[in-house]
Design a protein around this ligand. Structure first.
Ligand code: HEC
Ligand code: HEC
Ligand code: HEC
Ligand code: HEC
Ligand code: HEC
Length: 269
């Protein structure tokens, strides 16, 4: 017999709400330094079922090859980016991780960044990626396994780990998702790989040129955090999450605005 989820959902929802309320009332005020991927808050997060949800991927894709084989399934989706709740208060950077994020620092010293001089158009030089963009690059540069997190959840039993810890890389080797994701066995993953050469992508981790010094090529932001259409600045900087939002699947490719209007949010020409 098919289990009908809608019957239990309303009261389960109420249950969650009361937990959240209770924790608001009685919760400790010692806020974590890093953002915690809280499974209760995340109960209906749009990330679930999106490309970044590595739990249940075999079922969704109709294969047996991914969680448990290509990468470890930690049992809940948030920990591939956020520290698990039981580590609240811990700082991944103390363990070789990225400041505030549950991932290791990618080898940014091997990146090819925008040239410090030469590009005539760049007023403000993009530098080494900031932590929030390092988070994205820790998978999308293709050098580290997608399941390589600083803190594994306590519920995960490492002795059961038989995964191959593959990287988001189009190469045809046993360490890379490209082994299958070559356009034949499975969809080609190449277009999702930013790689370590950032010169051919939109510049990141630089101050937004439309800020303060009235560059006529750029619109001034609508408010401190960016633009009314959702395009977001991080302490005045352009980052991967400026144009994308992994927590919002409304637009294609997790973009904050449709590709047609996105560029002219900032650029006047
Ligand atoms: C692919 C990486 C990734 C995954 C997976 C992920 N998040 Fe996030 N999350 C982010 C990023 C990046 C931000 C920062 C957004 C910002 O500051 O604009 C964030 C922000 C948050 C915030 C803070 C929101 C705010 O406005 O400060 C919460 C809460 C959160 N995530 C919960 C979760 C939960 C719960 C899950 C699992 C269901 C999850 N996240 C999975 C990347 C991720
Ligand atoms: C959040 C604001 C913002 C958005 C949105 C944006 N850009 Fe930019 N873009 C910038 C900034 C800032 C620079 C750096 C310019 C400078 O400092 O002179 C830049 C630089 C560039 C450059 C020049 C790079 C170089 O090497 O000279 C190109 C090309 C470009 N953007 C294209 C685009 C396209 C195409 C889109 C839409 C997909 C887009 N931009 C969306 C802010 C933005
Ligand atoms: C834990 C590894 C991991 C991290 C961290 C990560 N991604 Fe991804 N991302 C993936 C995988 C895997 C895919 C799906 C690749 C595929 O479809 O072949 C993906 C897909 C995407 C896509 C394409 C979505 C689509 O609909 O095809 C975008 C855009 C993206 N990621 C942006 C980001 C941004 C921005 C961040 C940082 C906030 C980030 N990712 C962090 C692993 C990651
Ligand atoms: C043994 C072969 C194999 C390996 C290895 C493999 N995949 Fe897949 N994957 C598939 C197949 C088959 C599909 C379903 C057909 C498709 O989407 O092309 C799939 C689908 C996907 C999807 C789409 C799921 C959706 O909901 O749209 C994502 C994302 C994905 N794989 C990510 C990865 C990542 C990341 C890795 C490496 C860490 C990986 N896969 C390794 C075979 C594989
Ligand atoms: C200025 C806006 C902007 C910034 C900054 C930006 N992206 Fe994108 N991204 C786009 C647009 C527009 C597309 C879709 C068109 C394309 O593929 O070029 C895209 C596509 C993607 C895709 C999917 C490629 C595909 O065709 O399936 C991934 C993955 C991705 N971006 C990841 C990142 C990561 C990681 C960063 C930071 C290193 C980043 N993006 C920074 C605008 C941006």
């Amino acid at each position: 017999m098919k289990f009908t989820a809608p019957n239990i959902k309303p009261c389960f929802g109420l249950f969650l709400v009361s937990i959240v309320l209770l924790s608001l009332v009685f919760g400790s005020h010692a806020f974590a330094v890093a953002i915690v991927g809280d499974p209760v808050l995340g109960a209906d997060d749009p990330i679930l079922g999106s490309k970044h949800d590595f739990t249940g991927l075999n079922d969704r894709a109709g294969v047996v090859a991914m969680p448990g084989v290509a990468f470890s399934d930690y049992g809940y989706s948030c920990v591939y980016c956020h520290i698990p709740p039981e580590e609240a208060g811990a700082q991944p950077a103390d363990f070789g991780g990225i400041q505030d994020w549950n991932r290791f620092v990618p080898a940014v010293e091997n990146y090819q960044l925008y040239p410090q001089s030469g590009s005539q158009t760049l007023d403000t030089r993009p530098g080494t990626p900031n932590p929030i963009s390092m988070l994205c690059l820790s998978c999308h540069d293709g050098t580290m396994a997608v399941d390589m997190v600083v803190f594994k959840p306590v519920t995960f039993d490492p002795t059961q780990d038989n995964a191959m810890h593959m990287r988001l890389n189009a190469s045809d080797d046993i360490e890379s998702c490209g082994k299958c994701h070559n356009g034949q066995v499975a969809h080609n993953i190449e277009v999702k790989v930013i790689g370590t050469d950032l010169r051919n992508d939109h510049p990141i981790s630089m101050q937004y040129a439309g800020l303060g010094w009235d560059d006529p090529d750029f619109r001034p932001p609508d408010h401190q955090n960016g633009f009314d259409n959702g395009v977001k600045l991080y302490e005045g900087n352009v980052e991967c999450m400026t144009c994308h939002n992994v927590h919002d699947t409304t637009n294609e490719l997790l973009l904050r605005a449709n590709a047609e209007v996105l560029c002219f949010t900032c650029h006047t020409k």
